[in-house]
Design a protein around this ligand. Structure first.
Ligand SMILES: O=P(O)(O)OC[C@H]1O[C@H](OP(=O)(O)OP(=O)(O)O)[C@H](O)[C@@H]1O
Ligand SMILES: O=C(O)c1cc(=O)[nH]c(=O)[nH]1
Length: 237
């Protein structure tokens, strides 16, 4: 892939790594929503060390960059919802400590079990205790928002304070309309979570970043299909 020019360097590097590593694919994919998408991002494929490094670096830089803006995300614990969120959250806290030890080396990670353990240490949270702590959720994507709401519920039940969510990709797409009519304007799942919980939901990349980052790289057909998909499913918020 030729170098991308419109994105900030860390976003462009992440996009390049995701495509070259086969994590971001182009073609025809059925989503959880049953929509047929011309692109698919599978965070379960970040299992190779160089790819894990690429995504944890991009998460860490998104946090650091946001931290220098007027609304910094201050947190004590990065929480990764089971299962795919677990390696993402642990790698991110490690990468943050590498990039800025003074600020991040005492930050912690934590994650949930899908099923509570009734022996040994018991419970359904592994890692740093959440009580009274500011918790940033790191995960792959938001589709309907169900898994994120569940994670927020678990964290709050343990006494943690959820301060934000960071995902790898914001697909910028609308929730399905109750009528099933795709032409009905609808908000995004990410937008609904922002409103409902009053927390920031950040992403490394958006669909617009992918389209913009790919322009001029000779994949015009993929770009066209993503633009058509966006025209059909873009959220109203
Ligand atoms: O419901 P949403 O918040 O929109 O998110 C969708 C989540 O669903 C999938 O993971 P899943 O919960 O199936 O768990 P897994 O990581 O074990 O695959 C996917 O990888 C997202 O993380
Ligand atoms: O909406 C989905 O099901 C979905 C889209 C995507 O790009 N990646 C993913 O893991 N799920």
């Amino acid at each position: 892939m030729a170098a991308t020019t419109k994105l900030s360097p860390y976003k462009a590097e992440f996009l390049k790594a995701a495509i070259e590593g086969g994590v971001l694919k182009f073609g025809s994919f059925e989503l959880k929503s049953k929509r047929t998408s011309p692109y698919f991002f599978n965070a379960g494929d970040f299992y190779r060390a160089d790819l894990l490094r690429a995504i944890s670096t991009a998460y860490a830089k998104t946090i650091i960059e946001n931290g220098s803006s007027s609304s910094p995300i201050e947190f004590d614990i990065i929480f990764g919802p089971a299962y795919k969120g677990i390696p993402l959250a642990t790698a991110t806290v490690d990468k943050l400590a590498d990039l800025d030890p003074e600020k991040y080396e005492k930050k912690c990670y934590s994650f949930d079990r899908k099923e509570a353990k009734d022996h040994g240490e018991g419970g359904n949270i592994v890692g740093a205790p959440l009580k009274g702590k500011r918790v940033l959720i790191v995960d792959d994507v938001v589709t309907a928002g169900t898994a994120k709401r569940e994670a927020i519920g678990k964290i709050r039940k343990e006494g943690g304070i959820v301060v934000g969510i960071l995902v790898a990709l914001d697909r910028m797409e609308k929730l399905p309309a109750p009528s099933g009519d795709d032409s009905t304007p609808m908000p995004s799942a990410i937008g609904e979570i922002r409103k409902e919980y009053g927390i920031p939901v950040l992403s490394i990349l958006t669909l617009d970043d992918i389209i913009g980052g790919l322009k001029g790289t000779g994949v015009d057909d993929d770009i066209k299909r993503m633009e058509e998909y966006k025209a059909k499913y873009k959220a109203s918020d």
